[in-house]
Design a protein around this ligand. Structure first.
Ligand code: FE
Length: 347
């Protein structure tokens, strides 16, 4: 686990006196968003509300482990995670509490939040990222990679690069396919992907794009923001990598490209619950949603927010068709998917 800051001694009075005392003017945030440009989000909220944010940064797994270890004594008010399967895991492990908010319900499409109960939803998607395909324009015809299904087709043997099958981004992609296709087709597809690998899975998404540019791979799978980051980089080498590869949003003629969410939920034992809800609501405001698009090359979730990002525009032509299955179902499928990956030998 890596933590860059620690919370010490906050909200002691609220903890001792229960709900009688007013909440503090602070918000204790556990965040897995590993993007330096997010500073603008936090300072924007503090400026607008006067609420100070104390932040703990760690990866998704580290945050979940920490919340479990801290139990009822946890100072966490709000938790931000960057993947549907992790959000689902936190929900079923009882780490969130339901929130009912008209602002959130009006802004966020239903399939991008946790299943609603009468008490509300356990978590909310705040931005989306598409899991796209990039390919070597010299060696591969776009029509050979324009669906996820074709990634496992015989014509693509020895061409595919992808990060570890068990990485949450892939567990969510494969979980979505299980939702679309059912068990048998998904398992055959996963075994086809293994058969088509150009090399054993290694590295992150950016490494897969670079593998295509260097010629080691002809096809790769990546989250859209890693590609946009290369396109917008100040380093000419990065831009050269981006220029070498073609981009496909798979399944535009079918059920749409798989999208994952980054999102957040109010911690089970939040002492500053109202501040946490306020911050979630701030994150779906036009200002914050624009930041997700411009600062970190993600797509806004809020309806009616205009996309203002040249790389995303260039990549998708401004918009694309995304799948509409509930992201909560995708999370739920991860246990089955992990079993399939073991069976087909997808490391
Ligand atoms: Fe990422």
């Amino acid at each position: 686990m890596r933590f860059t800051s620690l919370i010490t001694g906050v909200c002691l009075t609220a903890g001792l006196a229960g709900n009688v005392l007013a909440q503090s003017n602070e918000l204790n945030l556990y965040s897995a968003r590993h993007y330096p440009t997010d500073e603008a989000l936090y300072s924007g909220f503090t400026q607008a509300t006067g609420i100070k944010i104390n932040r703990v940064d760690a990866d998704d797994a580290g945050i979940l482990a920490r919340l479990k270890a801290e139990g009822a004594a946890s100072p966490a008010d709000l938790v931000l995670l960057v993947d549907a399967s992790r959000l689902w895991r936190a929900e079923v492990d009882g780490l969130f509490q339901p929130v009912k908010s008209k602002v959130l319900e009006d802004a966020i499409p239903e399939h991008l939040r946790a299943k609603a109960t009468p008490e509300g939803s356990a978590w909310f998607g705040l931005s989306t990222r598409a899991r796209i395909v990039v390919y070597d324009k010299q060696k591969v015809a776009r029509s050979d990679v324009d669906t996820y299904e074709k990634l496992a087709a015989p014509q693509n043997k020895g061409k595919l690069c992808i990060r570890s099958g068990s990485h949450p981004y892939n567990l969510s992609l494969f979980g979505a396919m299980l939702e679309h296709w059912g068990t048998e087709k998904t398992q055959n597809w996963l075994s086809g992907l293994v058969a088509n690998l150009a090399r054993a899975p290694k590295g992150g998404d950016t490494d897969q794009i670079k593998g295509v540019a260097s010629g080691e791979c002809a096809i790769a799978v990546t989250n859209s923001y890693y590609m946009a980051r290369l396109m917008r980089s100040t380093n000419p080498d990065d831009r050269a990598v981006a220029e070498k590869v073609g981009v496909v949003f798979p399944d535009q003629a079918g059920s749409g490209t798989h999208v994952n969410v980054a999102g957040g939920g109010v911690a089970r034992n939040a002492k500053n619950r109202d501040n946490a809800v306020k911050f979630l609501e701030y994150l779906v405001s036009a200002q914050a949603q624009n930041h997700f698009a411009n600062g970190n090359n993600e797509w806004p979730v809020a309806k009616g927010v205009k996309l203002d990002n040249p790389a995303l525009q260039a990549m998708s032509g401004g918009s694309f068709k995304s799948e509409l299955i509930p992201v909560s179902a995708v999370g739920m499928n991860q246990v089955k998917i992990q079993r399939m990956l073991d069976q087909v030998g997808f490391k």
